[in-house]
Design a protein around this ligand. Structure first.
Ligand SMILES: Cc1cc2nc3c(=O)[nH]c(=O)nc-3n(C[C@H](O)[C@H](O)[C@H](O)COP(=O)(O)OP(=O)(O)OC[C@H]3O[C@@H](n4cnc5c(N)ncnc54)[C@H](O)[C@@H]3O)c2cc1C
Length: 482
């Protein structure tokens, strides 16, 4: 492959193709697709105008502080977030049409938030998590949630998700936090760790044991709409994502109205968490965004850095790394888009028969009873876990190569590839580790077997990239599954 072919790689071509392919299948018309592209370009303009990418490297040094129980972020970081969510009312597009929204879901969430992640993944996290809170309120809708949803749309709210605890990471059912109905209110207590946006965002989901007459009866997920009774004990010092607050939060007798319960009592983990997969799609797009930036940076460095009197791109072993990146990025996008699409279909109660599985095309609502819910859920889990595992593992290999192309400079914090390398390491850890997604894929094998003519996205890996080969060596069973 020639350097010209690398030069001609249109980094957004696949995204455009996939949006136009999947959006009509979800019932979005051309106007809605145009709105999607407008939203994306508005965000991009804001970020370019404010030079967010350059600032992100400054934020990387400054980080986050806790002062007098308040989480303090860099001022210009906050300004960008509020310009996007308040001045431009980003979240309004994700509200149902009944509430004046456009009904955007995960298919659009991924590529919209990808524009943020291309400048800074911390910025994407600050904006993206709210979409997961909104998704929970929409999926388990009751009129009581209208006010909170409208306040999200107006940019008065930012979201966090408080699930993990010191003893409950991968195994969230083991949380020790409690929620107990006392009169008309739930009383919440417990300590949460690693909470992104924690102590800063004002609207969260809280996972706790459901305590009835002193006994544990399943788990609850509750909506918490203010910060009273919540203390940020500390924010973690991390190897990457320095400006994304990852907080330890203490909840002390926090009270919420009983209507703030999402779904039925005792069903929190099994019902709500099992469905709350939007953030996994968002993380997949963090990986896609990072891979694109790593390619762009490494390519331009390789063309300009000279050694032995030649630009280093002329060394075949360097050029080949860029070729592998270029071939892998569109495949990452195929996984990411298919995950968003399948999840949206599942959330709508539609049968995803057209997902590479033969059957009828089109967005018509079919009788959910034709395919058992477990199979539909299984398929959504299948594609979401495939995307999360694939993109997060592969982007770490791409980061390794991009750093290598930068030589010594790749190890210097001020270079963007170095920052991205540090930022992406956690993509394979949060929102379910790769090992956990590997296990989910084993479980969903049964569901995919029940879909007639089910085909995997890539049924053969003849053209696999070096990154895929590394991934499949590390997760051997996955080769047969995704
Ligand atoms: C920057 C950051 C932001 C985060 N944001 C949030 C947030 O906003 N909200 C929130 O609730 N949480 C958040 N988390 C927590 C995150 O989701 C957990 O760290 C993650 O789920 C893993 O849990 P753990 O760290 O306890 O690891 P553990 O569960 O202790 O796992 C340790 C190792 O064992 C492996 N392992 C565990 N169980 C199995 C198994 N059954 N089979 C095979 N291997 C296994 C894991 O894959 C991992 O390699 C965040 C974490 C970080 C680092």
């Amino acid at each position: 492959m020639s350097i010209e072919e690398l030069e001609n790689f249109n980094i957004d071509a696949k995204m455009k193709e996939l949006v136009n392919h999947y959006a009509p299948k979800l019932g979005f018309d051309q106007d809605a697709i145009d709105v999607f592209f407008d939203v994306r370009s508005t965000i991009d303009t804001i970020l370019e105008k404010r030079d967010a990418r350059t600032k992100a490297r400054e934020w990387d040094h400054v980080g986050v502080k806790v002062e007098n129980g308040k989480v303090i972020l860099p001022k210009d970081f906050e300004e960008i977030v509020f310009e996007i969510v308040k001045d431009n009312q980003l979240y309004s597009f994700f509200l149902p049409e009944d509430l004046g929204g456009m009904g955007f879901g995960n298919l659009f969430q991924g590529p919209i938030t990808e524009t943020l992640a291309r400048h800074d993944i911390s910025l994407q996290i600050m904006v993206m998590i709210s979409l997961s809170v909104i998704e929970a309120l929409v999926q388990y809708y009751k009129p009581h949630f209208d006010q909170t949803l409208m306040e999200f749309a107006e940019g008065k709210r930012l979201g966090y998700v408080a699930f993990s605890e010191p003893g409950a990471g991968s195994n969230l059912e083991a949380v020790k936090s409690t929620s107990e109905l006392v009169g008309d209110e739930y009383v919440l207590n417990g300590t949460k760790v690693w909470i992104s946006n924690g102590g800063y965002a004002n609207t969260g989901l809280f996972l706790a044991q459901n305590i009835v007459n002193g006994k544990q009866e399943g788990t609850n997920v509750l909506l918490v709409t203010d910060l009273d009774g919540i203390t940020p004990l500390r924010v973690e010092e991390k190897s990457g994502l320095h400006v994304s607050p990852t907080a330890q939060l203490q909840f002390e007798n926090v009270t919420v109205p009983k209507e703030n319960l999402i779904a039925e009592p005792g069903n929190g983990y099994r019902k709500v968490l099992e469905r709350l997969m939007g953030m996994r799609v968002g993380v997949s797009f963090q990986g896609i965004a990072a891979a694109k930036r790593l390619f762009q940076e490494a390519f331009s460095y390789a063309k300009t850095r000279e050694q032995f009197k030649r630009p280093i791109i002329e060394f075949p072993i360097i050029k080949q790394k860029l070729v592998e990146m270029m071939r892998t990025i569109p495949r990452m996008e195929e996984y990411g888009f298919l995950a968003g699409y399948t999840l949206d279909r599942y959330n709508k109660g539609w049968i995803p028969t057209d997902v590479n599985a033969g059957g009828k095309e089109g967005p018509e609502k079919q009788a959910a009873s034709m395919v058992p819910g477990a199979v539909r859920g299984g398929l959504a889990h299948h594609y979401v876990s495939s995307a999360k595992l694939y993109t997060s593992e592969v982007v770490n290999q791409i980061a390794y190569d991009a750093t290598q192309i930068f030589g010594g400079n790749g190890f210097v914090a001020e270079y963007e590839v170095n920052k991205i390398m540090r930022d992406v390491r956690v993509l394979a850890i949060y929102e379910g580790t790769s090992e956990i997604h590997d296990q989910i894929l084993q479980r969903t094998k049964q569901a995919t077997a029940m879909i007639p003519n089910f085909k995997r996205l890539y049924s053969t890996f003849d053209g696999s990239t070096v990154y895929e080969r590394i991934m499949f060596e590390r997760f051997p069973d996955v080769k047969e599954l995704i």
